[in-house]
Design a protein around this ligand. Structure first.
Ligand code: ZN
Ligand code: ZN
Length: 341
């Protein structure tokens, strides 16, 4: 099969790699759509040539969606031909965190594109339990969103417990932030997107934003206060990972406000606990999604007829991975997907 490998210095290549063989309880999924995520870019940017050599030929990518191509011995429910989104952490399957669906917290967790081969390849090896059935109503692209960007946004919005009509400020309009805008709009809320790149602000408008704010030209806090009658927003979602975005989220919240931090990045401490007391703020962190909630999300998308399509701006065959990564690295696009015919 073909698979992508990082070479260091922001370069990658497509290589011929042996096909995976399913062992006990494992299945091989033929990719139909596989997204490039911000976390892949951290690896692409972070690997020096030396680091890339150490990493070897590990395949990146953790937004897998496709069709089951082969099942190993002991696989009981999943069948060849099943359309699936693949949960992107493998776990032992027999501990409290696996039982709760948080395979990312299992002591034996293995993440795709991290310590095991990921989804930027024709085929991916996974466990039967990781295959989330994809209803016909959802595209393979939607399945890729469930695996990371969309799933991360869905789990975060569930934590915010939004009420229809509520204003929710979304800081950082990459694919996770845009997914938050799209889902919040589908829930009947008023998502306000905040970013500094005009391409991303335009995408947020297309994705259902009630309003957008260019924080490089306007004072985002005053705009958010104006949109909420001077109160400040009741809910906020931080997907930029920047110190500025995080600080802005805390400052933008009104009395009793809830905020969720999703974007990884800055190491700077920006939150002063004293700021939380008078306004009685609730601040939360969120990391990906649980396996059980991913099943719930797939039902929600199918029942509500929601698609992440408006966020997809580019589709590439896997052979064009270097061009796809170069584009994603600029940040001046929505979601870039690898797709197979
Ligand atoms: Zn991701
Ligand atoms: Zn476990």
């Amino acid at each position: 099969m073909k698979g992508v490998v990082f070479l260091g210095d922001r370069e990658c290549a497509v290589k011929e790699i042996p096909d995976p063989v399913p062992g006990d309880g494992e299945v091989v999924v033929r990719m139909m759509a596989s997204g490039i995520c911000g976390s892949d870019l951290h690896l692409l940017r972070g690997t020096t040539r030396e680091g890339a050599v150490k990493r070897g030929d590990r395949i990146p990518g953790h937004e897998p969606s496709g069709v089951v191509a082969q099942v190993g011995p002991g696989v009981r429910q999943v069948r060849c031909g099943d359309r699936v989104s693949v949960f992107h952490y493998l776990g032992c399957g027999r501990c409290r965190w696996c039982a709760a669906g948080f395979l990312q917290w299992c002591s034996q967790t293995r993440g795709y594109g991290g310590i095991i081969d990921g989804a930027h390849a024709d085929l991916i090896l996974t466990d039967e339990r990781n295959c989330i059935p994809l209803p016909e109503a959802l595209s393979f692209g939607d399945g890729a969103f469930v695996a990371c960007a969309g799933g991360t946004a869905y789990a975060s919005l569930r934590k915010l417990a939004l009420t229809p009509g509520e204003t929710v400020a979304v800081f950082g309009l990459g694919p996770v932030g845009l997914s938050g805008v799209l889902l919040a709009s589908a829930l009947g809320c008023r998502p306000v997107g905040v970013d500094i790149l005009p391409e991303r602000l335009a995408l947020a408008e297309r994705t259902g934003a009630f309003a957008v704010v260019d924080a490089s030209r306007e004072d985002a806090l005053s705009v958010l206060r104006r949109l909420t009658g001077g109160e400040g927003v009741p809910a906020g979602f931080e997907a930029s990972g920047s110190a500025e975005g995080r600080k802005m989220l805390v400052d933008a919240l009104g009395r009793g406000g809830r905020g969720v931090f999703v974007g990884a990045g800055s190491q700077e401490a920006v939150i002063n606990p004293g700021d939380l007391i008078g306004r009685q703020l609730t601040l939360m962190g969120s990391f990906v999604i649980s396996l059980g909630m991913a099943w719930e999300m797939v039902c929600f998308l199918a029942e509500q007829k929601i698609s992440f399509d408006p966020i997809v701006t580019h589709r590439f065959p896997i052979e064009e991975a270097p061009a796809a990564y170069r584009l994603a690295d600029t940040g001046r696009c929505g979601k870039a997907l690898f797709v197979w015919e």
